[in-house]
Ligand binder design. Structure first.
Ligand SMILES: [Zn+2]
Ligand SMILES: [Zn+2]
Length: 144
């Protein structure tokens, strides 16, 4: 992680209509290897930055959402750009005080450094988890 990261960070969707800023450091960064994340990222895992709700602000564009049942069994609202379809963040409707930002939408990706890998049970075989990170076969216990 670079030392010269300046807040606020900025991010946007693929088409650029949705822009946002992050004004507080992430509580935790997670690489999620669940099959839902593999589908929606069209990749091996998603990069999620959990941050206080007060640290996230939408600057432009409109978001659409759909609701799914998360790995924990609780509902999750998935927010995305309705024009280009890029997923921006996940939120829990029962009003958790944090949001789960899709880190790949950040303009400057130097801040990304996930120290926790979850749902490694469904990890793609070609990918090797880096040494020294925490891993969970499925969902980590709350507040881990
Ligand atoms: Zn877009
Ligand atoms: Zn996932």
């Amino acid at each position: 992680m670079s030392d010269d990261i300046q807040y606020p960070l900025h991010g946007s969707c693929n088409c650029g209509r949705v822009t946002y800023q992050v004004s507080e450091p992430f509580i935790r960064q997670v690489a999620c290897h669940c099959t839902d994340c593999q589908k929606h990222t069209q990749s091996a895992f998603s990069l999620v930055g959990i941050l206080p709700r007060s640290g996230f602000r939408l600057l432009s564009g409109d978001l659409a959402s759909w609701r799914k049942t998360g790995d924990s069994g609780n509902p999750v609202d998935c927010y995305f750009c309705p024009v280009c379809g890029n997923r921006i963040y996940h939120d829990s409707p029962e009003g958790a005080d944090s949001v789960r930002l899709k880190l790949g939408t950040l303009d400057d990706t130097r801040v990304i450094n996930p120290q926790v890998h979850i749902w490694t049970r469904s990890k793609q075989a070609w990918y090797q988890i880096p040494a020294g990170v925490k891993t969970y076969e499925t969902q980590p216990p709350a507040k881990s």
